[in-house]
Design a protein around this ligand. Structure first.
Ligand SMILES: *Cc1c(COP(=O)(O)O)cnc(C)c1O
Length: 492
């Protein structure tokens, strides 16, 4: 594109700003128009549209040497990228735990990009916005005033941040000074066998070693077996190891099971462990006053992780960690080199507060998405949406129970429904293969996008509803699709 240049003392100087600002403005308006049209029409399109081979082939080749005109580049985006979405903005996308995004958060992202604030904690309105958004959420979760928190890119990074605070608070020695002691004094973390893979990743990164992770078995309802958990803690203590943290699931990714959080809080107190709750999606159930009992005990955690890009429907990426004891949170990360020292006034009057609470120094203004979303919809609006998704999961469960050819694979604790097509006379492996094929056909024809998992050793279709666009009719369409593909494929 043609960019701005200026003459200074006979020297030509450049920037990356457009030479023609009015053309930029016109294109900007068109982008907003086109995206609005796309969102209005999202229901009419297939959920997923795979990239055709000839289009995929155009993504080869070297980086361009010369720049191209903006209009022309945008045409490429329209032709080669926008038509082939993953589909998670569609009303019938229920795979993994994928958020839909809201129009308000799309606008917020635009504003965030325009301001391009660095949110390490400099003196700017952004810091106040982040502090206020965190305080609003802490209160909604029943955390005390003065607890601390941070918006980060992902639930995975949020879990790592919380477990780092747990490690430095409960190791029993100065882990930041010494590093992690191994051998007989190994640090041990407890979670259920249904815990998310990011917990293992975090524990490995923090030096616990895979041998320092106790993957405790679950009961029939996929919640942690408290007896087995306590036995493991006692054994590790007796052997001289250092149990430091127990992780509770508020919503396992597989089935949405919620561990007995009160019991875990009691156990953590008894054995002086840090109590962390991975509530990546389901902690947000606390936003619905009529449903918050489903995650009771969450408010007793030392730290909790949840993702506004999941069940607050915000655009990627936006996750959050809250830590009850602000001093312990800071103790795990705070570091002030000379070039970041506070000046008492100016841009850094009191130090870079957010850089002392996590891995990142430079950070984007994710908090604005949360702040704008809560302003636009209110806590009540969110409570209603969460309640609606829970309702829809129960509705889908009832549809499945009413179909002779379908069966539920796990209790519906929250918004996750695991089920499968069933056919007399097929052995278990053939039934698994049939259901895996049904899943592929549903995704490929663009009718719906559930994902798959294994529950109790058997393949299951899995629907996780964190979708504000879903209607009951969409769930009927899914059941119809499973029945149709099951009938067609099963006969062969
Ligand atoms: C999604 C999820 C995570 C990881 O969050 P990301 O944002 O995908 O990194 C962790 N725990 C649970 C229970 C989740 O559902």
């Amino acid at each position: 594109m043609r960019t701005a240049t200026a003459q200074d003392e006979g020297i030509e100087e450049h920037s990356l700003d457009p030479a023609d600002w009015e053309a930029f403005r016109t294109l900007g308006h068109r982008v907003v128009d086109d995206l609005t049209t796309l969102l209005i029409g999202v229901r009419e399109r297939p959920v997923w549209t795979p990239v055709p081979a000839e289009s995929a082939a155009t993504f080869q080749g070297p980086a361009p040497r010369a720049g191209m005109e903006l209009e022309e580049m945008y045409r490429e985006v329209q032709e080669r990228i926008l038509p082939y979405p993953l589909g998670n903005i569609h009303p019938r996308h229920w795979g993994w735990v994928m958020g839909t995004g809201t129009p308000v958060s799309v606008l917020a992202d635009f504003i965030i990009a325009g301001m391009n604030t660095n949110c390490a904690g400099f003196a700017s309105a952004a810091t106040l916005v982040e502090e206020q958004a965190l305080a609003w959420l802490a209160e909604a979760f029943g955390f005390p005033a003065g607890s601390s928190g941070l918006f980060v890119s992902s639930g995975s990074l949020a879990n790592l941040t919380a477990l780092a605070a747990a490690r430095s608070a409960k190791a029993g020695y100065d882990v930041r000074e010494e590093g992690v002691r191994g051998g007989a004094e190994q640090l041990v973390l407890y979670c259920s066998s249904e815990a998310h893979s990011s917990i293992q990743k975090a524990a490995e990164l923090l030096g616990c070693g895979r041998s320092g992770i106790r993957s405790v078995p679950v009961r029939e309802d996929f919640t942690i077996d408290l007896v087995a958990l306590e036995r493991a803690v006692v054994e590790d203590k007796a052997a001289g190891r250092r149990p430091f943290c127990v992780v509770g699931n508020a919503g396992t990714v597989n089935t949405g099971a919620v561990d007995d959080l009160h019991a875990l809080a009691d156990l953590a107190r008894r054995y002086d462990l840090w109590f962390h709750v991975d509530g990546a999606f389901a902690a947000l159930v606390a936003l619905s006053p009529g449903d918050r009992h489903l995650v009771a005990g969450l408010e007793r955690a030392d730290s909790v992780v949840f993702c506004p890009h999941k069940w607050m429907y915000l655009t990627y990426d936006c996750s959050c960690v809250l830590v009850r004891d602000a001093a312990l949170h800071r103790a795990a990360f705070a570091l002030t080199p000379a070039y970041l020292a506070p000046n008492g006034r100016g841009l850094v009057p009191r130090g870079l507060s957010f850089s002392h609470l996590g891995v990142d120094l430079s950070r984007g203004f994710r908090a604005l998405k949360v702040w704008m979303a809560l302003k636009a919809h209110g806590l009540d609006g969110y409570g209603r949406m969460v309640a609606q998704n829970l309702d829809q999961a129960r509705y889908l469960g009832a549809l499945i129970a009413a179909e002779r050819g379908l069966e539920l694979m796990a209790p519906i604790a929250l918004n996750v429904v695991c089920f499968r097509f069933r056919q007399e006379g097929l052995d278990p492996a053939a039934l698994d293969a049939l259901n895996a094929e049904i899943l592929m056909r549903l995704q490929e024809e663009g009718l719906a996008a559930p994902s798959g998992t294994v529950v109790g050793g058997r393949f299951a279709l899995r629907v996780a509803i964190v979708n504000h666009r879903t209607r009951r009719g969409d769930l009927r369409a899914l059941v119809e699709g499973v029945r149709r593909w099951g009938g067609d494929l099963g006969r062969k």
